[in-house]
Structure formats: structure tokens, C-alpha cells
Design a protein. Sequence first.
Length: 371
Amino acid sequence: MSLPAPGPLKKTPLNARHRSLGARMVEFGGWDMPVEYSGIVDEHMAVRTRAGLFDVSHMGEIEIAGRDALTAVQHITSNDASRLATNQIQYSALTTPQGTFVDDVLVYKLADEHFMLVVNASNIIKDSHWITEHIEGQGDAVAVNTSSRYALLALQGPAARDVLQTLTGANLAEVKYYWFTTGEVAGVRATISRTGYTGEDGFEVFVPPASAERVWDAILNAGRAAGIMPAGLGARDTLRLEAAMRLYGNDMDETTTVVEADLGWIVGWKKAEFLGFDRLQQQRAEGPPRKLVGFEMLDRAIARHGYDVYFDGAKVGVVTSGTHTPFLKKAIGMAYMPTDRTMPGTEFEVEIRGRRARANVVPMPFYKRPK
């Protein structure tokens, strides 16, 4: 979970809270972040069965505004933002001209001429520069990195709505998945979105940084009877992998296209153009040379990020994410495989510490929450 970054580590407004709760802190994308509190398994199971609270204030926010803001967003992202209503959100990608990932993002439509992109923590500066450069010539639109204006808390799990509802006058039952509303949480002005990165129902709450501790404490207190737990990056990673949610830097980057990452559903195929559109259309028509697949281990072993994948004795790919999941109690992962080797049931091998272990391609996601 640790990524090298130059200079002193950045701290979220909740850093002192994490330390007072005894969290084990690690470096992540240049930030000092909690990887676990009571243990990854406990935190993972809390989110699957009750609720967990994450500090995700390290994520970035970049806002695009102006008369031609929609034109600008359409040009730089893969999905079709013209389909968004005000207060709606979509998952999308910032793409290169080759159809690969600059980053994966959430696009919030704040108003007809105002959008917000939530980007990955390690990519904030890169993304901000990329967006500013590539919306030039798209008309009246300007991009501003507003990350310092927000702290972001994620309350995830089956008890999330009931817990959060006690702290806000907003009717959370009326907020549909991938929509957001505004109101107050614990007396603090907030944007409340029904989104998350765990595969569970839940909410992400944007508040001013100066009020982050107040809201964090209020949520933990309100959820005490429901068994809510603070959760760190470790559980966030195992939860998102069970739900087959991709992680930038592991499962996709500037060398992998949106089609290869099996995310064709976040491409606006009817759009007139966007960066990388031609390349993705070509891969859609001809088929990509490789594709991301889900797998389960058949042998007793755990495949990890970076392990080599073999088919008929020849190296054919690499594991991008892998773990033994606390809820499913299986060793699972994702890997890039040649397209003709991606059918469910296809067996292959993963090299783990000098020996080959058998694995099996399976459909994704691995876990779907009960309706």
C-alpha cells in the first residue's frame, strides 16, 4: 500500500484523529494515511455486514466551469457527460489520444456550466495540468484545482444510510445511486453523494476541511450502536477488489486502454469525439490484443500485484491485483490475458515465489451486494 513520493508527506485534516485511534499509518501517493486500525479483516467485515468510515480526503477535486464546460468535459473524458442531469454522477476516464488512462474519475454535474471531477490522490497535479492543457481551444471553460477546499469522508455498508440519516435533514432514501444532494451533516454544510469504492451501499460526504473532525466524530458516535468501525486503506483495497473495481496504477494506467481494462461501458460510443476515441473504436471493432479478467486460485496460494501469468508454459500476462478476501474467503485477483484466453473456465498458472500455481478465469465482479 506504500507508494514512493518526493518531499514531506501531506496530511489530511483527520490525521490527528487517525493517530489518536491507534491507526497504523503508511505513505500512500505522497500522503500519510491509515492502512488499518483494528485489522484489515475486521474492518472489511464491518463494511460488508454493518458499516465502516473511511477518510478519503486525499482524493482530488478539479472543477471545470464556463459556458462551454460541457464541451470541455466531453473532449477530455470517455463517458458521455451530456447524459448527466444536474446532481448526477458518472464514472469515466481521462484518456490519452491512444485511448489509455491518464486517470479514472468521477464526473459530478453541479450545474449546466459547472462540473467537478474527483481524481486519484497521486494524480492531482498531473491531472490538473493535463486538463488545463487539453481544454484549451474548447471554448469558454476554465479548470481549477479545488482539492484544498474539501475533506471527503466515505461511510460504507448496509447500515450506512440509517446512521447518516440521523445526522442530516436531507432525505437520503431519495438520493439514488450515483446521484448527490446538498445539505448539512452534523450541522456542517456538505455535499452528500451515494457513491463508494467498496461494492456496498454508502455515501461520500464532502465538507470543509476545518469541519472534518466534527463530522468524523459525529458519524462514529452515531454509528456506535450499529457497530460502525473506522477503516483504512487496507480494507478499502480488499473491498474494492471483491467488487472488481479497478485501481489506477495497478489495473490500469497510461499503457492500458479503456477497452483492454474491460471498461467499455464507460465509453460514450455515440459521442462525436474525445481524446482516444478513434483508437477505442478500432479496438472495439477489431478486438483488443489483451483484456483484464478476474480469476480465482485453484491451488492454495495467493497471487499478488506484479506476479507473472503463464499459459501452456509461456508468459502471457501479469497479475494487476490479488488478495485472499476476508468475506468470500477465496484467493482472487485480476490479470491481463490474451483476448483468446479470457473465457470463464480458462485455466492458467501464476508464478508465486518460484513455483507455478493454478488459477481459473471467472466472471467479475466476484462479489455483488444483496439487493
